[in-house]
Design a protein around this ligand. Structure first.
Ligand SMILES: CCCCCCCCCCCCCCCCCCC/C=C/C(=O)SCCNC(=O)CCNC(=O)[C@H](O)C(C)(C)COP(=O)(O)OP(=O)(O)OC[C@H]1O[C@@H](n2cnc3c(N)ncnc32)[C@H](O)[C@@H]1OP(=O)(O)O
Ligand SMILES: Cc1cc2nc3c(=O)[nH]c(=O)nc-3n(C[C@H](O)[C@H](O)[C@H](O)COP(=O)(O)OP(=O)(O)OC[C@H]3O[C@@H](n4cnc5c(N)ncnc54)[C@H](O)[C@@H]3O)c2cc1C
Length: 572
């Protein structure tokens, strides 16, 4: 799916139908409702949008203003946008493509508000595609990228829908208006958890694409002299170029492996939830929110590193890198803004820390929080050993979580309300949550490479890549590891020199490592990243297709430049 979307240049009007509308039916509709809508959606007999965000609220879902008020006399819900800021704003495909939408609205029944719930609303006629009565629709205008997708707006003026159009797998409203509670109020958000998981895979795909382009191009491009009189080397021979690109390459692999873990975890926890066991929901939410935030942010930065590593040609759309950057930037904001998502992970970590302090043994992705010793024993560590590197990341994360949580406790002991203490510690909390996710990604990478069975040499290359990823993380965040003396200055120096050795070790396999992503030219859509390496010929062909080259003398010359030059010459 990610590859298909990339081929389509970051999405078209139907993208959200596939990635959000149809999964929402799958996850939130009753069996009866699925019989009615799922096949229609799967066969694209209807086209849907996921309409949650409003002009005034995206992050704070509880603050949404659209209302769905139950009228027992007709057994209908009345969907209404009471204010300008309640206008649905941003949903992909909502502007011109979709004829249905799942609409998130505050549910009112028997005079009481029960918070945001999902409703199926037909928004356009199936006959002539005109907006349904009471529905005002439109496109929100051009965006940074992804302009093939008609992100739209919608206002509802007391639009009536049957009671059965509330997606009722979890919560229900009976015919008489009685509200039946779901097993957890957060199940209305389950589709967001699913989508955040898919964003981790999208981030991996985007970073894999960027590194494929930049590594291949760096083998074609030759520049400067390494040694006087010798031929110009491939720019990938420069250590600084390797230092730019190989950590991104390693991160792309790390994120693929993290996305595999996420998919498997999502399947197993939602499977338990189907059987009524909600115990894994909090961890699933914390992990998907944190991973979505971390991987998309690193990917967006990494793509720009790849762009700069391609020099001037990287800035051209011919490279494919600006489009990838625009796509990754969307992933940072959509489906839960990254800071807000990382704070959700921090919230879970603070709770886990408190449980661990109270003597509970933690399990799953946070188990290390109870296992790590607060007072480290310094010593000369073997910085080329993967186990040592994983332990260092876990120690760093545990220390930072403890520090943020204690700082918060301290603020509260000084009389601050919990919410104020949270806000004044939120930078520390974000950093702690990032360290936690980073440590998870490192550990998962290390565990995954150990399971490679096909070929000893493949395992060796992936192990080097994993070491490179970990050592880069340590040298980039050296202060965090040095702070309580867990690592010494000498350890950091050792990490730096191992990192240099890893750059040299990965170099001979770099092209094979990007080719292994198996991204076809049609998906990459990059002149610089072509599989056959014929960059310059195709750069020239690409430029010739520029719309400005359709005529030898452009019409703007006759309209503006010629009279302007003429008048300037006349003044001489
Ligand atoms: C897919 C693209 C493919 C790309 C291909 C790759 C190649 C790249 C090329 C470029 C392509 C670019 C293409 C770009 C496409 C972009 C597609 C965009 C699609 C976007 C869709 C959307 O954006 S849909 C809208 C999404 N909106 C959000 O996510 C809203 C975020 N806000 C929230 O989730 C919530 O409001 C909140 C979590 C921030 C707060 O919720 P709330 O106020 O209710 O909770 P509390 O903070 O009070 O917490 C209470 C309690 O609940 C727990 N909790 C919160 N959420 C959840 C949950 N989801 N599940 C479980 N539990 C939850 C919370 O932790 C608290 O628990 P406690 O125990 O009380 O602590
Ligand atoms: C390309 C794209 C596609 C989208 N597609 C859809 C779609 O299909 N359907 C849909 O419903 N929506 C969609 N959206 C909307 C998207 O989900 C929201 O924009 C996103 O959830 C962020 O919410 P916001 O815009 O309200 O940001 P805001 O919350 O206004 O964020 C602005 C700033 O405030 C900060 N902030 C907000 N709250 C807090 C807090 N509690 N603590 C600390 N800082 C905070 C943020 O960190 C950020 O820096 C899309 C958006 C984009 C960009």
């Amino acid at each position: 799916m990610a590859a298909a979307l990339q081929t389509l240049g970051g999405g078209i009007g139907i993208t959200l139908h596939w990635i959000a509308f149809t999964p929402t039916i799958e996850q939130q509709a009753t069996e009866e409702q699925k019989k009615k809508w799922l096949k229609l959606a799967q066969d694209v007999a209807i086209v849907g949008a996921y309409a949650q965000t409003e002009m005034g609220h995206g992050t704070f879902v509880r603050g949404l203003e659209t209302t769905a008020t139950y009228d027992p006399s007709t057994q209908e819900f009345v969907i209404n946008s009471p204010t300008l800021t309640s206008t649905k704003w941003w949903p992909g495909g909502l502007g011109k493509t979709a004829n249905h939408a799942t609409v998130m609205a505050q549910l009112y029944t028997r005079g009481k508000c029960y918070g945001p719930h999902n409703f199926m609303v037909q928004i356009r006629s199936l006959e002539n595609h005109q907006p349904c009565p009471g529905v005002t629709l439109g496109d929100i205008g051009p965006k940074m990228e992804s302009n093939g997708n008609d992100n739209g707006f919608a206002r509802f003026d007391h639009v009536r829908i049957p009671r059965e159009n509330m997606l009722m797998k979890f919560a229900r409203v009976e015919a008489d208006g009685t509200y039946v509670q779901p097993p957890s109020s957060k199940l209305a958000y389950s589709n967001m958890v699913y989508l955040r998981g898919t964003f981790v895979m999208s981030a991996a795909q985007a970073l894999a694409s960027a590194t494929t382009i930049a590594v291949r191009y760096s083998c074609v491009r030759r520049q400067s002299e390494m040694k006087p009189g010798e031929p110009e080397p491939q720019i990938l021979e420069y250590q600084t170029q390797q230092y730019k690109l190989f950590p991104q390459l390693a991160a792309a692999y790390a994120f693929w492996f993290a996305s595999w873990f996420m998919t498997q975890q999502h399947g197993s926890i939602t499977g338990s939830m189907e059987k009524g066991d909600m115990s894994g929901l909090a961890e699933l939410h914390a992990l998907s929110a944190g991973l979505k935030s971390y991987t998309t942010a690193v990917t967006a930065r990494g793509i720009d590193v790849c762009r700069m590593a391609c020099g001037g040609h990287g800035y051209s759309h011919a490279s494919g890198l600006p489009a990838l950057f625009g796509g990754a930037a969307a992933l940072c904001t959509a489906e839960g803004e990254n800071t807000v998502m990382m704070l959700q992970t921090a919230r879970y970590l603070v709770k886990c820390f408190a449980q661990s302090q109270a003597g509970k043994r933690l399990t799953g992705t946070v188990a290390y929080l109870s296992a790590v010793q607060p007072s480290p024993v310094a010593g000369n560590r073997n910085m080329s050993d993967l186990g040592t590197l994983v332990a260092a990341f876990q120690h760093r994360a545990a220390r930072m979580v403890r520090h943020a949580a204690m700082q918060m406790q301290g603020e509260m002991q000084k009389g601050k309300a919990r919410e104020d203490a949270w806000n004044s510690c939120s930078v520390l909390l974000i950093k702690a949550a990032e360290a936690h996710v980073h440590s998870f990604v490192v550990r998962n990478f290390a565990e995954t490479v150990q399971t490679v069975e096909v070929d000893e040499s493949v395992r060796a290359v992936l192990t080097s890549l994993c070491q490179l990823y970990s050592l880069y993380g340590i040298t980039e965040h050296a202060g965090d590891f040095l702070k309580d003396g867990y690592l010494t200055g000498r350890d950091i120096d050792a990490a730096s020199s191992h990192l240099s050795a890893m750059l040299a070790r990965v170099r001979p396999d770099a092209v094979a490592l990007v080719d292994a992503f198996d991204l076809h030219d049609k998906i990459l859509r990059s002149v610089l990243g072509r599989y056959d390496g014929r960059v310059y010929e195709h750069l020239y062909e690409w430029a010739k297709k520029s719309p400005l080259n359709k005529s030898e003398v452009h019409e703007s010359y006759y309209k503006y430049l010629q009279p302007f030059l003429k008048s300037n010459r006349a003044k001489l």
